[in-house]
Design a protein around this ligand. Structure first.
Ligand code: CTP
Length: 401
């Protein structure tokens, strides 16, 4: 990324190129937190400049002509260069119509003041360009929109607001909170496609404080406006209590799904146009929840055989089972799920299908059944040695004849 920055700076100084570092990296540099990505704006055609950079640095170029944006990928790092543009939203929640414009207009189209600052690359000791009070809002720890119609234009900014607020420990400005409520009441959330909501959710799932962000999105009414069933935060609350534990995106999706009915799970998956593996997390979370009573010891203390747990959980998404160990409130359930993951599911017979055939088990469905019976016996501690396995196979053969 630094190679791109240096090359751009050289060009900016030598040719007076009006190119600026913008948005997230300026915000993060001012906050003294690590800068993740570099985003640049050019007052001029960004794809052409990006092409020259890709050539110079041996990088890979991707151009999105509709928005006049380009990405240069150098040794696995991606840098975005966009043509300064202004945006008009033909209707709330639509994708904007864009036309080339000035840096000033480009900053004015952005979501929050803290994301609407720029740094010119063409001067040696640049001053932050800040038309919207971003520096002041960083100091005041405030998330503030640039204009009252911001959430109506782009309702996905509701989730972005929550994401920045929790990530940075900031507050929403009073006016911004009121605008968010107004845009919610105006029903604009439903105008946005599932794909766009899912992308914002995905960005939340990748954050350290994802659970807190989702809880707040529920409290504010944003998630319930996307789909009414996404309104229960009880499992997220437990994830939010965990600190210092790296969390998997699937944990949060499972925590959201764990109190849904199967029908709500399906319709929420459709609303968010979830891709196959995500939809499976939702489905399997609901399915596992449905069998929890069968895999836990009864109140009278009757144990459940490990083979029963294996049979019921076999084939369920392991991300889901792992996720449920993190947020399910009943320690007995968690204990069974943990034992399944760490021990029981790994137990397989030492004898193979070939061994069973050699011992005289006929080829066909009976062979699979015999292997499963063997595995179940082993899981329940009834066939600890190969000899014990062989004895069991002999019993199966004599039973079958
Ligand atoms: N942006 C916006 N409205 C959106 C999405 C993005 O105004 N719905 C603007 C913001 O100014 C943001 C910039 O586009 O700073 C780049 O977007 P993104 O990559 O999502 O944000 P970053 O700040 O670069 O990254 P992050 O928020 O994760 O730190």
């Amino acid at each position: 990324m630094l190679a791109v920055l240096e090359s751009l700076r050289r060009r900016a100084v030598a040719e007076g190129l009006p190119v600026y570092l913008v948005g997230g990296p300026v915000r993060d540099a001012l906050l003294h937190v690590p800068v993740k990505d570099l985003d640049f704006v050019l007052e001029g055609a960004a794809p052409a400049l990006a092409g020259e950079l890709a050539n110079e640095l041996g990088g890979f170029l991707t151009v999105h002509p509709r928005f006049g944006t380009a990405t240069v990928e150098v040794q696995g790092d991606r840098v975005d260069i966009v043509t300064a543009r202004k945006e008009a939203y033909p209707f709330p929640g639509s994708l904007p119509e864009v036309s080339p414009s000035s840096l000033e207009a480009d900053l004015a189209r952005r979501d929050f003041s803290i994301n609407a600052m720029a740094l010119p690359l063409s001067v040696d000791e640049p001053l932050v360009i800040d038309f919207h009070g971003g520096v002041r809002d960083l100091e005041d720890q405030t998330i503030r929109t640039l204009h009252p119609g911001s959430f109506t234009d782009d309702p996905t900014r509701m989730l972005r607001a929550v994401r920045y607020q929790q990530r940075l420990g900031f507050e929403l400005a009073e006016s911004t909170a009121a605008e968010l409520k107004g845009a919610l009441a105006g029903g604009h959330v439903s105008a946005v496609t599932g794909d766009r909501w899912r992308q914002e959710l995905q960005r939340i799932f990748e954050e350290d404080r994802a659970a807190g962000m989702l809880l707040q999105a529920i409290d504010l009414g944003v998630l319930p406006a996307i789909h009414p069933a996404l309104s229960d935060g009880q499992h997220l609350m437990r994830l939010a209590e965990e600190s210092g534990v790296a969390s998997e995106p699937a944990n949060h999706l499972a925590a959201l799904a764990a109190s849904l009915s199967p029908a709500d799970g399906d319709s929420a998956s459709r609303r968010l146009n979830l891709p196959g593996p995500w939809a499976r997390v939702v489905r399997d979370t609901i399915a596992v929840r449905g069998i929890l009573a069968e895999i836990t010891p009864s109140p009278a203390g009757h144990p459940v055989q490990p083979s029963t747990v294996c049979r019921l959980l076999n084939g369920m998404d392991l991300h889901v089972i792992t996720a449920m160990t993190r947020f399910w409130p009943d320690p007995q359930v968690v204990g069974q799920l943990e034992k399944y993951l760490a021990e029981w599911m790994q137990i397989t017979p030492e004898l193979t299908g070939g061994d069973l055939l050699a011992m005289g088990v006929p080829r066909g469905p009976g062979l699979g059944e015999a292997l499963r019976e063997l595995a179940a016996a082993k899981q329940d501690g009834l066939a600890a040695t190969v000899e014990a396995e062989r004895d069991l196979v002999k019993q199966i053969i004599s039973r079958g004849s």
